[in-house]
Design a protein around this ligand. Structure first.
Ligand SMILES: [Zn+2]
Ligand SMILES: [Zn+2]
Ligand SMILES: [Zn+2]
Ligand SMILES: [Zn+2]
Length: 724
């Protein structure tokens, strides 16, 4: 690449225009077209990121080393002069001499038409120019080589540019090859051709006619035959070449019945092609039986028994075969009630996935009852010939039995309920106590992870095993024996109890004042800290009961003019109800107080935290700052005292330096824990001058210093002090 002239785009284009007189293609339309393109040259970029070149008339003798590419209209060549372009960033005009180019000879072009001109225009940026062989008078396009990374020689953009795969060309190639093979049966030939032309991606299998003599039979299996295909299938190598992988292992499926090609057969083959499991079709010349040739991995995806695609490939689970098996098994279990039988069958046939539970009829004599609970029985289920193939080997199962005292009928509601148990995978089936004739549902041990043990409803919060309905009942039964002595306050507390639940943040309570010990006022008649002996309620998901966390430190906040609690002061509480445990009253002063959670208030000054930072540090910003300032003050004093001013050495004073004393602060380094800056200290360092004629403390103004800023030093003040 060489620079051929400095200057901006406009100046260069002026020179180009002046040069119009020095060349001609010999055709006025072409000359005009090229001149127009040159005048409109804008040095923009192609979509592949290269600067566009100036479109030119290229004399044929400029092109050397022309090599034709087979019988195509393409050739490669070297363009001596090379393309001219303007680099705006450098403001230079450049030329890439001896550029490799591709030539496209336009043998069919008799006249220069508008259509031709438009075609060239549309490839702007990748075509350098037009030339003409003076002997044959054939026009040719001079094309940028890079263009062929993205475009097929047919002019289409590659469908898969990495493999330089052009669908149209591949299909033409296959069509041209139709004459090179035959199945010997015109109907099958057409079918194979049709399947071949369905190719749409480079990796799609080309459905092939595979002559029987290319197949070596290895072993006849129950449903298939394993074999070797000598010539083997086509595939792309790492260096993007399409080659055959010879002696590939395959599976054969004999088509004993199909001498005809039905739509069904056609669809089947198409779906195999889509899954990439089939290579082609063959025929035993002696028996005339057609054979489908499958990819080695066919049996991973398709059921060995019925040939359907597995619903669950990992477990080789075929829904159709499972359902057939269940149906065959219907007669093996029985229950005297036809409606219940139908219901069980319906539930069984709902199966959709390998992991789905199969709803079973379980004979009552298989249960050993261990314990009767309030609404359930805990039992051991001795399994024998269960339908559930997946739990083979697990001959005993702990189960919960739920008696259906009321439901002798199978209603839609009941059916939906069972379906949702199946969906949540918590149910095994249904049984009946032969003596009482009561039906019962059989649940697995995971049932109570999802469903409330008390009421049987699904938990409102499964993680914490929290049931809203049961909490409400608990509150109603256990919180009836309190009163604040003030109807307004009682109503307010009841309202708050319904608003917030234990799981979300605790129960808002009336708390007796004698529950509090170690009451210390922070601000007279405004705030106090105290210990709440019984402590707040919490829900234990392990014990599934309400417990109290004893001896909890709290903040007592006096409600303003609180002897007579106003609507205003209570409505304030509503917004912060999760931050409080409840309300209490000093029986002597009659002051009402809000009992607040300590995590929302500064223990030192009692101020409510403004943000998460304060909450995490367990003190408010102003308390933190006071605390830290004291530490820094102590540090400076300590170092000052340690300086031995009588040593006679050159002493420097350690001091507090206001930040605005520094000028010209620049970052010079950054580590994991600190950042270092350079700066000018205006007043400068204070030092002891030992010159006997002018001893004393002096400042050296504009001292250059380094500032080391400890990241997060707010949190690591102690470390900071140690480092100093
Ligand atoms: Zn193509
Ligand atoms: Zn199957
Ligand atoms: Zn419940
Ligand atoms: Zn504070």
């Amino acid at each position: 690449m060489e620079i051929i002239g400095s200057g901006d785009l406009t100046a260069g284009k002026k020179i180009i225009a002046e040069n119009f007189a020095n060349w001609t293609s010999g055709n006025e339309i072409i000359d005009n077209f090229i001149q127009e393109k040159q005048l409109n040259y804008d040095a923009s970029y192609t979509k592949y990121g290269d600067i566009k070149a100036v479109f030119e008339w290229i004399p044929y003798n400029e092109l050397i080393g022309i090599k034709e590419l087979g019988k195509s209209c393409f050739a490669t060549a070297i363009w001596k002069e090379g393309p001219l372009f303007h680099c705006e960033r450098e403001n230079e005009w450049m030329k890439k001499s001896y550029e490799f180019v591709t030539l496209k000879f336009l043998y069919d072009l008799q006249n220069i038409t508008d259509e031709f001109i438009n075609k060239v225009k549309s490839k702007s940026g990748v075509i350098f120019g037009i030339s003409q062989n003076p002997d044959t008078e054939v026009y040719l396009l001079v094309i940028c080589d890079k263009y062929f990374d993205h475009y097929c020689k047919c002019g289409n953009v590659y469908d898969q540019s990495y493999y330089k795969w052009c669908k149209e060309c591949r299909i033409n190639q296959l069509k041209n090859n139709f004459t090179n093979w035959t199945s010997g049966n015109i109907i099958f030939d057409h079918f194979i051709q049709k399947m071949q032309l369905k190719i749409s991606k480079y990796y799609d299998t080309v459905f092939e006619w595979i002559p029987y003599n290319e197949i070596i039979i290895i072993e006849e299996l129950e449903h298939y035959t394993s074999a070797i295909w000598k010539k083997g299938p086509l595939y792309y190598t790492d260096d993007k070449k399409l080659v055959r992988k010879s002696y590939e292992k395959v599976y054969l499926k004999y088509l004993y019945n199909s001498q005809e090609i039905t739509d069904e057969f056609s669809n089947e083959v198409e779906s195999y092609l889509k899954s990439g499991v089939i290579f082609g079709i063959s025929q035993n010349p002696d028996t005339k039986v057609h054979i489908l040739v499958f990819y080695n991995e066919y049996l991973i995806c398709y059921c060995e028994k019925c040939g359907n695609k597995y619903e669950n490939r990992i477990y080789k689970w075929c829904k159709q075969c499972e359902i057939n098996q269940l149906k065959n098994n219907f007669t093996n279990w029985t229950n005297r009630n036809e409606k219940v039988d139908n219901f069980i069958q319906k539930m069984q046939l709902n199966i959709n996935d390998y992991h789905d539970k199969i709803f079973e009829w379980i004979s009552y004599n298989k249960f050993i009852i261990i314990k009767e609970l309030e609404n359930y029985s805990l039992a051991i289920w001795e399994k024998d010939n269960t339908n559930d193939q997946k739990s083979v080997g697990k001959s005993r199962e702990k189960v919960y039995l739920k008696y259906l005292y009321n439901s002798q009928e199978i209603t839609a509601d009941f059916s939906n309920e069972v379906e949702s148990y199946l969906e949540n995978k918590v149910i095994f089936g249904i049984s009946q106590n032969p003596d009482t004739e009561v039906y019962l549902l059989v649940f697995n041990v995971e049932y109570f992870d999802r469903y409330c043990e008390k009421c049987g409803n699904e938990y409102d919060d499964i993680k914490y095993k929290w049931c809203e309905q049961c909490q409400m009942n608990y509150l109603k039964n256990n919180f009836t024996d309190w009163t604040s002595g003030n109807e307004k306050v009682d109503n307010f507390i009841q309202k708050m109890q319904l608003k917030v639940n234990v799981y979300q943040g605790g129960i808002f309570e009336w708390i007796s004042y004698n529950e509090f010990i170690e009451i210390k006022e922070i601000e007279n008649n405004v705030l106090a800290t105290a210990i709440w002996k019984d402590g707040p309620l919490y829900y234990s998901s392990i014990r599934m009961s309400y417990n109290r966390e004893i001896n909890i430190k709290v903040i007592l906040k006096y409600l303003c003019n609180s002897q007579n609690v106003s609507h205003l002061s209570l409505s304030e509480v509503i917004y912060s109800v999760k931050e409080n445990y409840g309300i209490t009253q000093n029986p002597n002063t009659k002051d009402y107080m809000l009992v607040c959670k300590i995590e929302y208030y500064c223990e030192i000054c009692g101020k409510k935290y403004n943000n998460q930072f304060e909450r995490n540090n367990k003190s408010c910003i102003s308390c933190q700052t006071n605390h830290e300032n004291k530490k820094i003050h102590d540090l400076i004093q300590e170092i000052k005292l340690n300086i031995d001013h009588n040593s006679g050495d050159f002493d420097i004073m350690f001091e507090w330096i206001p930040y605005d004393q520094f000028n010209d602060i620049k970052e010079i380094g950054k580590g994991g824990f600190s950042t270092v800056y350079s700066a000018i200290w205006k007043d400068g360092v204070l030092f002891y001058d030992c010159n006997p004629f002018k001893t004393g403390w002096k400042r050296q103004s504009n001292t250059k210093v380094a500032l080391k800023c400890l990241n997060n030093s707010q949190n690591f003040l102690d470390e900071f002090v140690n480092e100093v």
